[in-house]
Design a protein around this ligand. Structure first.
Ligand SMILES: [Zn+2]
Length: 286
């Protein structure tokens, strides 16, 4: 595992420090042992989350994801074409690259995406490249121990987003930075489930513990139009069949995809925020 992060991790039972021992990690307070898996990830979770059964949500999309994840390049190309087009100026990757090398940057809900070797991936699933496997509601880092948190398209997928935001606030140093991207007018997308959406006002309220540097459009109004139209056509032409619905929706998402390029211009229009797929927020802990 990454030895640089052990000193800032905490026990999920008693919140004491951990030390490396016998190929795993042990809590100095309660003695609880934590496994370090063959990929070098430390497992700091009470119980592994249930594997997504594929019986709810969008099973075809999930199946495609599973198939394409074996061919990562192809998967990302498909997602890029069918999904909303990101037109923001900064991503989690670019937002914090100016920070000094010794800065602790974590990517919360990273999935298998590796932004940079210096970014610590944290996720509730042990994907390759993940260093810390945790439960969404508890981020097992010490108070004020992290310089920056990246949290891309995660909060709509957790049941208690306010609790996650409180945890981000807790682990950040004073003046520590956050990059959060989040949906407003996006269609249902399971990963493995989908719970919430935010207006700009709702987002500002939830993130009121942070001084706002930027709140910008990440995915614009044409992505909203394309997504709604593809879902609408998929639904109309499905005759109630889930597979037809998913296929139709994917087909029209791809066909209408070039329209989304308009958002590079439309994101500057007044009122564009009122119908955009989503936003990104950059701020610092007060
Ligand atoms: Zn403990």
């Amino acid at each position: 595992m990454r030895t640089d992060i052990l000193p800032i991790l905490i026990c999920i039972s008693c919140k004491n420090s951990l030390e490396q021992k016998d190929g795993g990690a042990v809590c100095v307070g309660c003695g609880k042992k934590f496994v370090i898996n063959s990929d070098g990830a430390i497992i700091l979770q009470a119980a592994a989350p249930e594997e997504f059964s594929g019986t709810i949500g969008d099973p075809l999309v999930y199946k495609l994801k599973t198939i394409f994840k074996k061919y990562e390049g192809l998967y990302f190309i498909l997602v890029r074409i069918a999904g909303a087009l990101f037109v923001g100026e900064e991503t989690g990757k670019t937002a914090f690259m100016h920070l000094p090398n010794e800065s602790i940057i974590i990517n919360l809900g990273s999935g298998p995406k590796i932004i940079s070797e210096r970014v610590i991936n944290v996720d509730c699933f042990p994907f390759k490249g993940v260093s810390v496997v945790n439960d969404a509601a508890m981020i097992p880092f010490k108070d004020g121990s992290v310089d920056a948190v990246i949290c891309e398209c995660l909060l709509e997928h957790v049941t208690e987003p306010n609790a996650v935001v409180a945890e981000i606030e807790r682990i950040l140093k004073k003046g520590g930075l956050v990059y959060i991207s989040i949906p407003f007018m996006d269609a249902y997308h399971s990963a493995p489930d989908d719970y919430y959406r935010w207006t700009t006002s709702g987002l500002r309220h939830m993130l009121r513990g942070f001084k706002e540097h930027k709140l910008r459009i990440g995915w614009g109004p044409t992505s909203t139009f394309v997504s709604a139209t593809a879902h609408w056509l998929g639904m109309i032409l499905s005759f109630g069949n889930k597979t037809l619905y998913q296929l139709g929706m994917l087909f029209f998402s791809v066909i209408l995809s070039p329209l989304k390029l308009l958002d590079y211009g439309l994101k500057h229009y007044k009122f564009a925020t009122n119908a955009s797929v989503g936003y990104y927020f950059i701020g610092e802990k007060k």
